[in-house]
Design a protein around this ligand. Structure first.
Ligand code: CA
Length: 639
């Protein structure tokens, strides 16, 4: 046995709790690499580990020793796709050192289907803080792997120079090496199909004020995809791209979720498993449904009559909330808002208010501006909100992924909790474990959301494709504030009524009503701002309105039944004793939905919302399986 084989033999192999998942290590020429094997199949090929700080270069590493323990972890989350998480995990630490003998720990967390790792930098000298210049962490995939990816945009482009905001198109099943649209790589999460061998979802979690948010670089033929930091231009050039923290300190977790099929990808809880609450709350937060005028009636609806109409809509729907969007301050002022909140609360409806995050990092004129970025103004405003009974805020138009911006999210959340305010973020980065880290966090946009269906026909044409995609990707790792479910046929205020000169306006919805109801289940966010309008109370099918009254927004369990990203999905979510099975088809091939088999699997009798000859119909299971054409969907409520 030569020295090299001896060293290789000494490198640890980490096994997940059931030993189907394995992480192996190799050292060659000073480079430490990991690979991920599932059921004997290599899903991630040897990929670099390491990082460089302004103090120490950890890009060459040797494993000195390792230890591991199996732990049983149980916790609850009251606002996401699963309520009670109870699983076994292997926690392991690789004690490494660089050629100068400077120590670095790499901590691993392995569940049945997830492998997560982070770097822990000790305080081994007098130095008390570091800047991280670069992370080497890489993700290399076998030949034949394809990606489901969305690009990181240029900074300071788009609406009022407010990007990057994770509002880009996805490319599906593209070969490794295809360059990203802007040349800045891809935002998390990134899904990879390793030929016929399996699937890998790559993301990160545990990002708070002590680091920046990262993304994946473009593909490098040698090292694969690597962890990339924000661009200097983000946030109008303000703030560093080199995250800094005090020693001892840690990076966020890099997460890999793997499976031979897609169920582990959809059902993973790894974004929450490895993080901890940043603070506890003394407040009780209630989740549920909300209306908002802005999505279909747009800016012109920022007036008393229209806001009253939507408060009345929420009341008629038995929904607890209304979201009053941009421009309310100019229309009502604080005094007018107090009067409007009184009206809403008398109807049993509580209010969310919109704010711009900026500031000085874009050209946003939608108001209020200059409050959420300023701790003095923010705290005073939040005191006022609490005093009149506001329950939450929607903060929009953040400035990218720098540590400076992540700090702003955390400061807003922390101040808001002091005043019993929940937080929704739009024009925003992906949440990374925030549902567990921040008790008053609700959800983030970080997706081409419902507003785009109103703005452009192409988004309507892609609506079912996205509904069949996001549960595997964006919405798998975090709550998604999409703001959808339209029952208008035309997505504007007139809904098909001819306007001036007989012109019919508004983008054309392609989906069936049943497909829209499926989206209410497929998209998960603990507060759902649904896009129905007052006219839908009388012009939409009564079964649809009844369903939107009762559909839950938080779930005890989530199970993927079948699907392929962007083509179709059949997804089951449980609330209490009822299973809601939602299906949508985005492909030309009809999708078959065997109601009897689903009743047997989930144990009960189904009420079926599907498309009949006359449109939406509600009934019990037919003998034959349902066949869903393109842009159609269905919901089964099995109890
Ligand atoms: Ca947006």
């Amino acid at each position: 046995m030569n020295l090299l084989t001896l060293l290789l033999a000494l490198l640890p192999v980490l096994n997940g709790p059931d030993a189907r998942l394995q992480v192996r290590f190799t050292e060659d020429g000073g480079a430490l690499r990991y690979s991920v094997v599932y059921d004997g199949r290599t899903l991630v090929e040897p990929s670099l580990l390491g990082l460089q700080t302004n103090e120490v270069d950890y890009s060459a590493l040797t494993v000195v020793s390792s230890d591991s323990e199996t732990l049983r972890d149980t916790y609850t989350l009251n606002r996401t796709k699963v309520f009670r998480i109870d699983h076994e995990a292997v926690r392991a630490v690789l004690h490494c050192q660089n050629p100068q003998g400077r120590p670095l720990d790499i901590e691993w967390h392995l569940t049945g289907h997830d492998a997560a790792f982070r770097y822990c930098i000790p305080k081994d000298t007098e130095t008390g803080s570091v800047r991280v210049l670069r992370e080497l962490s890489a993700f290399r995939f076998p030949e034949g792997t394809s990606g489901f990816l969305t690009p990181q945009s240029d900074a300071m482009i788009g609406w009022k120079r407010s990007k990057p905001s994770y509002e880009e198109f996805y490319k599906l099943d593209v070969p490794l090496g295809e360059r990203s649209q802007y040349g800045h790589g891809f935002t998390f999460p990134c899904l990879f199909r390793v030929g016929e061998e399996g699937w890998v979802l790559v993301s990160e979690t545990g990002v708070d004020s002590r680091y920046c948010a990262s993304h994946l670089s473009d593909y490098d033929p040698r090292e694969g995809y690597t962890v990339a930091f924000p661009m200097p231009e983000e946030n109008n050039g303000n703030g560093t791209v080199e995250p800094a923290f005090a020693l001892p300190g840690r990076t966020p977790w890099r997460t890999l979720t793997v499976g031979t099929d897609l169920a582990p990808i959809v059902e993973t809880t790894i974004p929450f498993d490895v993080v901890e609450p940043r603070y506890t709350t003394t407040r009780g937060y209630r989740y549920g449904k909300s209306s908002w005028s802005w999505i279909v009636w747009q800016d012109a609806s920022m007036n008393r009559e229209d806001q009253i109409a939507f408060i009345d809509l929420s009341a008629a729907m038995d929904w607890p909330y209304i979201l009053i969007d941009a421009g309310w301050d100019q229309e009502f002022g604080h005094a007018g808002m107090e009067e409007l909140v009184r009206y809403a609360r008398a109807k049993g409806v509580d209010v969310f208010l919109w704010y711009s995050s900026s500031g000085w990092w874009n050209d946003i004129v939608q108001s209020p501006t200059d409050i959420m970025c300023d701790p003095i103004a923010r705290k005073a405003e939040m005191r006022w909100m609490e005093s009149i009974g506001i329950k939450g805020i929607k903060v929009d138009f953040f400035g990218g992924d720098k540590q400076e911006t992540i700090r702003l999210y955390e400061h807003i959340l922390s101040d808001a909790d002091d005043h019993g305010l929940m937080c929704i973020f739009h024009g925003a980065t992906l949440p990374r474990g925030w549902e567990r880290m921040y008790p008053n966090y609700v959800g983030s946009e970080a997706v081409l959301a419902s507003e785009n269906l109103v703005f452009g026909q192409v988004h309507c044409d892609l609506e079912s494709q996205n509904a069949a995609l996001h549960p595997f990707l964006r919405n798998s790792v975090g709550s998604m504030e999409f703001g959808g479910v339209f029952l208008n046929k035309r997505l504007d205020r007139r809904n098909g009524e001819p306007g001036r000169g007989g012109r019919i306006s508004g983008t054309i919805r392609r989906t069936t009503d049943a497909a829209e109801l499926a989206i209410a289940v497929l998209y998960q966010n603990p507060i759902q701002n649904f896009a129905i309008t007052p006219n839908n109370l009388t012009d939409a099918p009564a079964e649809a309105i009844d369903f939107l009254r009762e559909v839950p927004t938080t779930w005890d369990e989530t199970r993927l039944v079948d699907g392929y990203p962007g083509r179709y999905i059949i997804l089951a979510r449980r609330a209490g004793t009822a299973w809601y099975v939602a299906a949508i088809n985005a492909g030309e091939q009809p999708v078959s939905l065997d109601v009897r088999a689903l009743e047997a699997r989930f144990g009960g009798t189904a009420r079926v919302l599907s498309t009949g000859k006359e449109g939406l119909q509600s009934g019990t299971a037919a003998k034959k399986p349902l066949s869903l054409p393109k842009d159609d969907g269905a919901v089964l409520i099995i109890r």
